[in-house]
Write a protein that binds this ligand. Structure first.
Ligand SMILES: C[S@@+](CC[C@H](N)C(=O)[O-])C[C@H]1O[C@@H](n2cnc3c(N)ncnc32)[C@H](O)[C@@H]1O
Length: 269
């Protein structure tokens, strides 16, 4: 597994992209969200935490489709602003609270949530630290649903250097993510790995942001010299073609072991 030593989030290229474009995404788009959330078995009125909510699509979906009470956090001020706009526009502010917070230090008490959903965030974090936090704030027996970039086969060194170096992304294979879940105290872990599908991704973008919103986010992002320097060059285009077959996403569901809360309560007595 790769080292978890990480640069400050706000100094990375992905952070620049989220801040500049006002747009976020995860592999598999809304189709993956629907599959992931369905597996979380959320009942009406349950309290769900969406970590790294981006522009708030999933938080809004959880509130509207599942009648959940949602708390969504993100470290990026721009994402928080966009998510708040969405929630206000959709008239669900009474059901969804959006906060600026760091996933490594969740500002919530222990056992506060029934379910946690995370889509394409852990790859930008110290995953082990975030797992400790998720373990703490989830109630015993609560469900954790994760969608993260997943390498579909053992990656060449060049790909790892590209992901960790240029993009500050930690990438793992499915069995490595599963072992992170287990080390984090999650049980009954179920997972599926999926190939990246460009058309599905585009279709999702357009359903979420509309054609104009999508193109506008692309133009804003690429107008930032720091971003375009990384993405618009022959080496990156060659690497994208060469490494695409390695890159996919995984959907992971786990439960916080029941004994863990019992032990914590025992310690607190
Ligand atoms: C690839 S985007 C995904 C956003 C959203 N989940 C979605 O699927 O559209 C990653 C998001 O994670 C947020 N993020 C990254 N590191 C974070 C951290 N340490 N704490 C909270 N949010 C973080 C980013 O600001 C960004 O909005």
């Amino acid at each position: 597994m790769q080292s978890t030593e990480r640069p400050e989030p706000h100094k990375t290229i992905p952070f620049d992209i989220w801040e500049t474009s006002g747009s976020t995404e995860h592999l598999g788009g809304i189709y993956a969200t629907q599959r992931l959330v369905e597996s979380c078995c959320i009942a009406p009125g349950q309290v769900v935490l969406d970590i790294g909510c981006g522009t708030g699509y999933t938080a809004s979906y959880l509130a509207q489709k599942y009648q959940a009470r949602v708390v969504a956090i993100d470290i990026s001020p721009r994402s928080v602003e966009e998510a708040r706009k969405r929630v206000f526009k959709e008239g669900i502010s009474h059901q969804v609270t959006i906060l600026q917070a760091d996933a490594h230090h969740l500002p919530f008490s222990a056992n506060a949530f029934d379910t946690i959903v995370v889509e394409s965030v852990l790859a930008f974090c110290d995953a082990a630290q975030v797992f400790l936090e998720m373990q703490r704030v989830l109630r015993a027996g609560g469900v954790l649903g994760v969608n993260e970039l997943t390498l579909l086969k053992p990656p060449p060194e060049e790909l790892i250097t590209l992901l960790t170096g240029a993009l500050s992304i930690q990438s793992f294979q499915e069995r490595e993510w599963r072992s992170i879940f287990k080390s984090g105290g999650f049980v009954e872990v179920v997972s599926t790995a999926h190939r990246f599908n460009l058309w599905e991704q585009l279709a999702s973008h357009i359903r979420v942001d509309g054609v104009r919103g999508y193109l506008s986010a692309m133009v804003k992002g690429l107008a930032d010299v720091r971003i375009s320097r990384v993405f618009i060059n022959r080496n990156m285009l060659r690497a994208a073609r060469k490494f695409l077959p390695f890159v996919g996403y995984g959907l992971y569901i786990g439960k916080k072991a029941k004994g863990i809360q019992d032990q914590e309560q025992g310690r607190n007595r």
